[in-house]
Design a protein around this ligand. Sequence first.
Ligand SMILES: NC(=O)C1=CN([C@@H]2O[C@H](COP(=O)(O)OP(=O)(O)OC[C@H]3O[C@@H](n4cnc5c(N)ncnc54)[C@H](O)[C@@H]3O)[C@@H](O)[C@H]2O)C=CC1
Ligand SMILES: N[C@@H](CC=O)C(=O)O
Length: 817
Amino acid sequence: MQVLKFGGTSVASAKNIALVKDVIFEKKSDQPLLAVVSALGGVTTQLVNCSAMAATGDAEYLKELTQIEQKHIKTVQELISLKNQSKTMGKVKILLNELEDICRGVFLIHELTSKTSDKILSFGERLSSTIIADYFNDLGHSAFLADPREFITTDNNYGRAEVDFKATNEKIKALFKSLKEKLVICPGFIAASKEGEITTLGRGGSDYTAAILAAALNSSELEIWTDVSGMMTADPRLVSSAYAIKEISYEEAMELSHFGAKVIYPPTIQPVLEKKIPIRIKNTFKKDDDGTLITEASASNGHLIKGLSSIQNIALFNLSGSGMVGIPNFSHRLFRALSAARVNVVLITQASSEHTICVGIDAKDVATSQKAIESEFAYELESHKIDPVQIERDLSIIALVGSNMKAKVGVSGQMFSVLGQNGVNIKAIAQGSSEKNISVVIREKEVKKALNSLHESFFLSEKKRMNLFLIGVGNVGSAFVEQLKKQKAYLSQHHHLDVRVVALANSRKMLFAEEGIALKNWKEQLEEKGEKMKMEAFLTQMEELNLRNSIFIDNTANADIADLYKRVLEKSISVVTPNKIACTRSQQEYMDLKKIALQYKAKFLFETNVGAGLPVINTLNDLIKSGDEVLKIEAVLSGSLNFIFNNFNRDKKFVDIVRQAQKEGYTEPDPRIDLSGADVKRKILILIRESGLAMEMEDIPSQAFIPAECMNAPSVDEFFSGLEKYEDEFQKLLTKAEKSETKIKYVASFNKGKAETGLRFVEKSHPFYNLEGKDNIVLFTTKRYPEQPLVIKGAGAGAEVTASGIFADVMRIANTN
Ligand SMILES: NC(=O)C1=CN([C@@H]2O[C@H](COP(=O)(O)OP(=O)(O)OC[C@H]3O[C@@H](n4cnc5c(N)ncnc54)[C@H](O)[C@@H]3O)[C@@H](O)[C@H]2O)C=CC1
Ligand SMILES: N[C@@H](CC=O)C(=O)O
């Protein structure tokens, strides 16, 4: 006998029931088939509401009843051919009339006993099975309508009756032995007491009916047809990359279902589990999907875990106090008090110091639990042997589930590190010695982020998603987005990375898309769909989205945005920036940012602060980390000034070359920052600090080569006019260089604790002499490179190279997280 169970969604409408028919007709086997059906989707809830209303004397119950009637009548009309319709309609009407009479009785006497409630609820399955059996008969497939009241015998614990398996199994075997029909339709959920009264089997009742039948009839498999394609690796409403698990063991399935994957309700599968009958979960709406096969011992999926589960609405009770230590009776009293108050404890942890004990319960039980605990420990609380009970709400439990975790080192380490890197604080931890489940309690608002980052980390074949929040889409920012657009497919294929731009902003507009902005026409989208840029709104939205692996990229030269890094890092969101402002504020502020990044497990990366895309800071970091010491730095650090002096000649005016450098995207948004030497001062300061030394901007002297009047011009335009006026001064610099057969370079140096910046006329023999175009050069003389310095040289300005440096920082974060 093949046993299939169809849940409420599978039989919610005539259209869905037709899909059930397809599933049944496709079973080509000669074996008879038994289909256990639930009530039409939503009907059980309607019956509960209807009877509750009737019991309180609310005449509105009639409306609910009418809706129930209409739903069934409509299903008959849509499902059964005209010639057979009146027969089925007659049966349905009889049942509906009976239901109406019972509800009227409840309404009149204002009383709903659990016995009557079971009677009322039984109509859901009785109606659905009657219609479905007649539907098959109408299609010419003789179907037998079984009545579980005749063969599932229970006690009279109404609402959740206990099955008498001995009697039940005998009756089932006897009945099915004599059946001639190849197709049996059986209502789930209902049974009868020994006295013949209708009873119901409680939560998951239809699954239970199917499991009882499959076990009694020794079926080779039990199929549970529902509206999902099996047990998923995580809740698909929270983790979009979750997928159906192909094979899972009973134990794993029970761990997962207990923790949220509500495809099966563990107590209901007990009968098949005892007989080791496999259960297959299938999707009525996608019948060709594989589904999940649940067996005694499932094959490995090649990963450490089988799935992730989550339960929301959890509250934690924390009891602590010196009076608890070494008192054997303490936990017994706690759990007895909770049990007496009918509170289900979902999670327990106790520190080995015995100084605290922590229990997780459903948030709806908070008041009851608090009352029970405070009353049980009234004396200890009053005498301060234990501290006042601490309650934390708005929590969730998430758990890693899988037998493969057993005896594997580092699983919980991986879990905690992934959560830590994403700023998810763990409030409590529980792991049984079976090592099949590691549960942690976290804040409810972190659940989505936590599940997604764990899912990515434990199912390595999946893509790891990186979420970018980008402010500044000028020269550098635009080049970065364009590079990302080109590289997206490559990153996905070769690095398993799904890098998404979740937010884009310039100084006027900002645009957010949680699932990522389509980069094809990002500029138009920002213009057309973007809302007014407000920094606070940008940050709040980014924080509220609370996405895993988030990176804030600041491609501006703005001080107010640099002010935000602290707040961003404190949310465990990494910061990548070419903006030099944050790193060149006071030594204390610079150190604080680094400390905060470390504390919140976020990265603060700014490779492009010096030498644009050149690997200057990373090389220096590697030297220092490996124990080297910087003795001297000599460098040309301004791409724009190098470009200007390399192109300045008798045929070109100085101001025109400066304009060209700006046009080419080598200067700062405000070119006065370059021409004043401030940009170079910032860069050498960053190198000194990254060498592990302390210094302030004011400690670095610089020689100005631009007349003060020009530098102090109130606007960039007036600055350019000023440059024009002082052309003769610049020509003098050229004459000096020509006469001395030198080249003009703006040089930064650091030696014996002192830094300097300024113009130098370098001779042919100097390594800076042949520095072309917009190139930078950095010479590090260190303890390990004492004679020949370590040299880094190449393009030191320009949107493309800078963008690629930012890209490299993003990849560093993606690869370490
Ligand atoms: N151009 C280069 O070669 C290099 C530049 N950098 C740095 O890159 C950064 C960006 O430079 P560019 O792209 O050349 O500048 P840009 O002026 O072309 O672009 C700046 C962008 O920031 C936006 N922005 C400015 N203030 C804003 C605010 N308050 N809110 C939102 N958006 C704001 C602007 O709208 C614009 O989209 C600067 O910090 C610069 O020092 C670093 C290395 C090399
Ligand atoms: N304006 C800078 C580029 C960015 O750091 C330069 O000219 O070097």
